[in-house]
Design a protein around this ligand. Structure first.
Ligand code: PBG
Ligand code: ZN
Length: 327
């Protein structure tokens, strides 16, 4: 039997490293990354997070060191999560001028002024019930929470933060925070919206790390149903209209389709949060010797970019930057 005459031979462009690098469509660099930090007001030495090997809760006194380490590796930004000593029903620690995140912001900016400091803006770490806002009975009261988000965002702004990142999935949170910041004189402070955030089992290890599990129920009445993708576009559109500067999709791995479809409807930068459960799975497999951690992580990060992400929030950021810098 004769073979067909092949006109198209894609392998021609895969022949050696030189041609492969010339036709490569996507790349990753340390400058694509934001590293999450858990700052714990109740400790004086770093405490490892069991379900996230390589990640620790750190005391305020370590913030400068870690932020400088990121900067030295070429990672431009960090995102802060605070674990306060005291919690209450409204999460008022979130707008305390001397709160743990406010102090961490000042510490980070003092020790590494060129680093970009982002504050996760929510209440689940600050409320004694662990929900992302004020309760009315068993429900999170949307509009009462908006008023508190304004206070929290302004307080972070006054502490010197570079960007506000509201993660609570309250309706109108971008409009409310924008109005609050503008009226307080912070018209140039950008907002990265956790625009499309699913009620996900992938957040499990984070809630250990941040001590932010809801004490009853779940977050399904404010975070999105994993079954929905048109709703993701609606959430993204609303945040665009409300003035978001960057749109985030979260989690990442199981939602690559969502990253792509959000990217296709906006010219705004798109961020992805490679969340705690995604990290934990990779670490567990790597510790067992079942996967090649470096190759697998670099492939995953590249895939986020290919799917449409411009920025990546990841617990792997330090390792990724070291690997990229070494090569
Ligand atoms: C708080 C918040 C969560 C994450 C980021 N901000 C958890 C949640 O919604 O319960 C998850 C991050 C991760 O899993 O790495 N609203
Ligand atoms: Zn929250």
């Amino acid at each position: 039997m004769s073979l067909p005459d092949l006109i198209h031979r894609p392998r021609r462009l895969r022949k050696n490293p030189a041609i492969r690098s010339l036709v490569r469509e996507t790349s990753i660099s340390p400058s694509d990354f934001i590293y999450p930090l858990f700052v714990d007001e109740t400790i004086t030495e770093a405490v490892a997070v069991k379900s996230m090997p390589g990640v620790s809760r750190i005391p305020l006194s370590d913030v400068g060191k870690v932020v400088r380490e990121c900067a030295a590796l070429g990672i431009p930004g960090i995102i802060l999560f605070g674990i306060p000593a005291e919690k209450d029903a409204t999460g008022s620690g979130g707008w305390d001028a001397n709160g743990i995140v406010q102090r961490a912001i000042r510490e980070a900016k003092n020790s590494s002024p060129e680093s970009y400091v982002i504050a996760d803006t929510c209440f689940c770490e600050y409320t004694d019930h662990g929900h992302c806002g004020v309760l009315d009975g068993d429900e999170v009261d949307n509009d009462a929470t908006l008023a508190n988000l304004q206070k929290e965002a302004i307080s972070y702004a006054e502490a010197g933060v570079d960007m506000i990142a509201p993660s609570g999935m309250m309706d109108g949170m971008i409009a409310a925070i924008r109005a609050g910041l503008d009226s307080a004189g912070f018209k140039d402070l950008p907002i990265m919206s956790y625009a499309v955030k699913y009620a996900s089992a992938y957040f499990g290890p984070f809630r250990d790390a941040a001590d932010s599990s809801p004490s009853f129920g779940d977050r399904a009445s404010y975070q999105m149903d994993p079954a929905n993708s048109r709703e993701a576009l609606r959430e993204a559109m609303l945040d665009i209209e409300e003035g978001a500067d960057i749109l985030m999709v979260k989690p990442g791995l199981a939602y690559m389709d969502i990253i792509r479809s959000v990217k296709d409807i906006t010219d705004l930068p798109v961020a992805v949060y490679n969340v705690s459960g995604e990290y934990a799975m990779v670490k567990a497999a790597a510790e067992n010797g079942w996967i090649d951690e470096k190759r697998l992580v670099l492939e995953t990060m590249l895939s986020f970019k290919r799917a449409g992400a411009d920025l990546i929030l990841s617990y792997h950021a330090l390792d990724v930057a070291r690997w990229l810098n070494d090569d």
